[in-house]
Unconditional design. Structure first.
Length: 367
């Protein structure tokens, strides 16, 4: 998570020619901060910082690797031959920054507030206003400033100014430049991390294509590593999306199948109900056969009605009064009754009858 937070800070602001070196230095530190300690120190040690801590006419030399200093020697302004020899030896190493560090007592600091609109051009504004804010003019001192915090709901900014008289350090800067060893930063003991008292035009341009290539390669490796880590996640997300779409399709098909199955089940229950109802009623052919066998000669049926197990017949017979006894002998026939009195037909000499009975076959009587 810490590495991710540092990576999220690697944003490139609008570049000004005077701020390119500071931007690249901050970017380098942020990239290194994303790495574990050992590879971070190994990469930083390829281009360490040289810190020259001055004390009057003498200086102590340190090899600085991301804040970890190692004493490597000393330096003096006189004699010039000795100074040249030491600087020639130092020039053989690829220093990332050549830092001249002053004692804290040589640097004056002051804090004050300014309108927030000067934030983007703070150094230029202080160059013109320095004689009003301090006893010095811009040509008499080396200075730097930073914005500490916003004030008054953002309408003002809290500014910290640091400066040192030029005559106290110019001799070192001039001697080093004359020997082909210009410094890139002028700072002091206890300074903030990005402090640089040198004016932008006096800072040595240390970044060249050869020094940029390792960092570009590192950024490329980190980009490839991020792509390698993100590719499985992207593939997993795409696979999950495909599975989700397939699941939606299968779910829709399953719902359709369930609907069809329910319709078939409804149709089946309807068919079964029809078949069961059919089994609950006797076959008319069986009833007619039964009546044909039971009714005596001289009897004919004019109408026959069947409904829900009840049979109603009308007709004429020469033995109408005996019909009840004859019909009760039939299988499945019960409750035989006359619906109306027997009436004699004068023209034919037979009797007109109206008989009703219940009819149920043996199959109907079974549960």
């Amino acid at each position: 998570m810490a590495a991710n937070n540092r990576l999220s800070n690697l944003r490139i602001p609008a570049l000004r020619s005077a701020a390119v070196d500071d931007l690249l230095r901050r970017w380098r530190l942020q990239v290194l901060g994303c790495l574990p300690r050992r590879p971070r120190l190994w990469l930083a040690s390829r281009h360490p910082n040289l810190v020259i801590v001055i004390d009057a006419d003498e200086a102590t030399l340190f090899r600085d690797v991301i804040g970890e200093r190692q004493l490597i020697g000393s330096l003096a302004l006189q004699p010039v031959s000795a100074l040249s020899a030491v600087l020639q030896g130092l020039n053989k190493e690829a220093w990332h920054d050549r830092i001249l560090e002053l004692p804290a007592g040589l640097v004056l600091t002051r804090r004050f507030s300014l309108p927030s609109r000067v934030r983007d051009n703070l150094r230029q504004i202080l160059t013109y206003e320095l004689d009003r804010l301090t006893p010095f003019t811009a040509g008499e001192v080396f200075f730097d400033a930073r914005v500490v915090a916003a004030m008054g709901q953002g309408s003002k900014i809290d500014v910290e100014l640091a400066l040192c008289p030029r005559d106290q350090v110019a001799v070192w800067i001039d001697h080093l430049r004359a020997e082909g060893f210009p410094i890139s930063r002028l700072t002091w003991s206890g300074a903030w991390s990005e402090a640089n008292l040198l004016p932008p035009e006096s800072r040595s341009r240390r970044w060249r294509l050869a020094s940029l290539i390792p960092w570009l390669l590192l950024l490329l490796i980190m980009a490839l590593l991020a792509a390698t880590l993100m590719t499985p996640l992207w593939q997993g997300s795409a696979y999950q999306e495909r599975i989700t779409r397939a699941l939606r399709t299968v779910t829709a098909e399953a719902q359709e199948v369930a609907t069809v199955r329910e319709a078939l089940e409804t149709a089946r229950r309807g068919s079964v109900a029809v078949v069961e109802r059919k089994h609950q009623h006797p076959r008319m052919a069986d009833l007619l056969l039964e009546l044909t066998q039971l009714l005596p000669d001289g009897t004919w049926v004019q109408t026959l009605n069947y409904r829900d197990g009840e049979v109603d017949i009308r007709g004429e017979s020469t033995q109408a009064t005996a019909l009840i006894g004859l019909l009760e002998r039939g299988a499945g026939i019960s409750n035989v009754t006359f619906r109306s009195p027997v009436m004699q037909v004068a023209t034919s000499g037979s009797d007109r009858f109206h008989v009703a009975f219940d009819y149920q076959t043996s199959a109907q009587s079974q549960p």
